[in-house]
Design a protein. Structure first.
Lengths: 178, 199
């Protein structure tokens, strides 16, 4: 038997999912990603959510703008490399003041094996801030759900764009087999 | 017979084409792409059920998808140009997976980038958007080059049971611009109010 108190503690990914539910998120755009795999699975399994796989992350910025035109709330899941793909689409978010929350799993910043991930990963936050996206960073599992909830709140209450960066240290560096 | 006279371009006039699509629009929700299709829609009427993109090239079809998923009881029509569709070609694959029955996409294809000086687009070199749409899973995809075909397509809009795609061949010309409001916040709020979403 495990410790009953410990069994009640959800994994931080499940806690993020609970925060999405709490915020009445109905559309979730995503590009498949190892760090988000569990969250994507939960969203896909929820009948009240429409999980939409994208070919490229910028599609999700436009998808959620369309959803909001009818008052439906969404969230966008991606890896740090995908942030670069979103830059011009974020001009619509800013010009029209569409609410947007991006949950970004980080690569290229902690024990990264692949140097090709480093240029975008090391500039993800700066790139988002250049586009006037409010950026929050999560390094500890116990902060994850609360930070996501706060980012969703300010986005939908203030018609603003927000991003939560889930650090590579939190997620665990990708393991490579030789 | 050889003639120095330019061949008369018999393709549809874009302003006539948009009028046909919107003739009996009912409560149709319209999304237009940067840029000529936005002027086309405004030339018919600056309807509060129109959401015009003045930027974010490549976004039109995806904005339509998000709206169609959120609002399954209303019909959503995206009208955009060949250049705008080419910039967001992945959207056709994404929509091909979702296939909302209340979404239709009409691409006005003149084979040129009208806003930047009429440079040739990929479709002028033989890239077929309707074949891309079919390959992406659109079961109802039409290649339209005359008024009869366009009227048949327009008649499908109110009650089609599948996502629709139409490539509409139009003449490469630039009618006078008709500019709708371009304040994004105003357009968003007006649209949301019109469909009762601004709660």
């Amino acid at each position: 038997m495990g410790d009953p108190a410990a069994m009640n503690v959800l994994d931080w990914r499940d806690q993020i999912f609970a925060a999405l539910k709490q915020a009445e998120i109905r559309q979730v755009g995503y590009v498949p990603d190892a760090g988000h795999a569990r969250l994507i699975e939960l969203c896909r399994a929820d009948p009240a959510m429409r999980a939409v796989p994208l070919t490229s992350e910028e599609e999700g910025v436009a998808l959620l703008a369309g959803a909001w035109l009818d008052g439906q709330r969404g969230a966008l899941l991606m890896q740090s490399s995908g942030v670069g793909n979103c830059i011009n689409m974020l001009s619509m978010t800013k010009t029209c003041r569409f609410p947007l929350t991006m949950l970004v799993t980080m690569r290229g910043e902690w024990a990264e094996f692949n140097p090709w991930q480093v240029p975008m990963g090391s500039r993800t936050q700066a790139a988002l801030e250049l586009c006037d996206v409010l950026v929050y960073r999560v390094d500890r599992p116990e902060d994850a759900a609360e930070t996501v909830a706060a980012a969703l709140d300010i986005a939908f209450n203030g018609d603003l764009a927000t991003a939560v960066l889930l650090s590579q240290r939190l997620i665990g560096a990708k393991r490579w087999m030789k | 017979m050889i003639s120095n006279e330019p061949r008369l371009d018999q393709r549809l006039d874009r302003r006539a084409a948009i009028r046909i699509l919107l003739e009996n629009r009912g409560d149709l929700l319209l999304v237009t792409g940067l840029g000529s299709t936005t002027w086309d829609a405004a030339s018919v009427a600056d309807d509060e059920h129109n959401f015009y993109l003045w930027g974010a090239m490549g976004a039109a079809a995806m904005v339509g998808l998000g709206l169609a998923i959120a609002q399954p009881d209303r019909r959503v029509l995206v009208v955009t140009g060949d250049g705008e569709m080419l910039m967001g070609l992945g959207a056709l694959a994404t929509i091909g997976v979702q296939r909302p029955p209340n979404l239709a996409i009409a691409v006005f294809d003149n084979g040129h980038y009208g806003e930047t000086g009429m440079q040739a687009s990929h479709t002028a070199e033989g890239v077929s958007l309707v074949e891309v749409a079919r390959a992406c899973g659109f079961k109802e995809a039409f290649d339209i080059d005359d008024e009869v075909g366009l009227r048949e397509f327009a008649a499908l809009l109110p009650n089609s049971a599948a996502s629709l795609f139409a490539r509409v061949a139009i003449r490469a010309h630039e009618p006078p611009r008709v500019l709708p409001p371009r304040d994004g916040v105003f357009l968003k709020n007006r649209f949301r109010r019109a469909i009762g979403a601004d709660t």
